[in-house]
Design a protein around this ligand. Structure first.
Ligand SMILES: [Zn+2]
Length: 201
């Protein structure tokens, strides 16, 4: 997606409708700074604003995301291309979240072990050592929960029986056994328990 091209297109269509940035912003309940950012290619309108924006500018969402007017016959083909591109983008973002999650988790764990070894070595057993262990454990648990939340929120789990993709509840994800990112889950579609693989799109 070419944000600069999209921005120029938004600006062109806005001017055709004789709207100022302020007037357009007001109709979309956004700030004029947001409109200015779209037009300079610094950001895309949020998905929930896109339809209204297209409505005001007299274009469709395909045209908005391509940054140009397209004929009716091209429309369906372009839709497919855009959906594929958005899916790819989603997969890329999800992979990034996943990598970050593992880095955070492993770093925290190493940190946790180091603090305990260091504290045990320098303080010996006693109330201060106990406090340090407690606090570090609480932090480790919080980070682990956060990582679990990220993992459950990112992508889907695919049922190995019927290949239905679903997102389990946190509580379910927390208590079911898992190996790496493959979890033993009940499929809401076929109601069978199976080892469900994580898929990112
Ligand atoms: Zn299933």
């Amino acid at each position: 997606m070419n944000l600069i091209k999209i921005g120029k297109f938004i600006q062109e269509k806005r001017k055709e409708k004789s709207l100022t940035q302020e007037a357009l912003a007001e109709r979309l309940y956004v700030t004029d700074r947001a409109v200015s950012k779209w037009e300079r290619g610094l950001s895309l309108p949020d998905a929930d604003k896109m339809l209204d924006l297209c409505d005001i500018l007299g274009i469709n969402v395909n045209e908005l995301l391509l940054g140009e007017k397209i004929g009716m016959e091209d429309n369906n083909k372009k839709t497919e291309e855009l959906i594929l591109e958005l899916a790819k983008q989603e997969e890329k973002n999800n992979k990034k979240i996943f990598t970050n999650m593992w880095v955070i988790l492993i770093t925290t764990f190493i940190f946790y072990i180091s603090i305990i070894i260091l504290a045990a070595y320098s303080l010996g057993e006693g109330p201060i050592f106990g406090t340090i262990v407690c606090i570090s454990t609480v932090i480790l648990v919080i980070v682990a929960f956060y990582a679990l939340k990220l993992e459950v929120d990112t992508g889907y789990y695919e049922c190995s029986k019927c290949h239905h993709k679903h997102v389990p509840k946190y509580f379910v994800a927390m208590i079911t056994p898992h190996v790496h990112t493959t979890r033993y889950l009940k499929c809401p579609e076929c109601h069978k328990w199976s080892w469900s693989k994580k898929v990112l799109k």
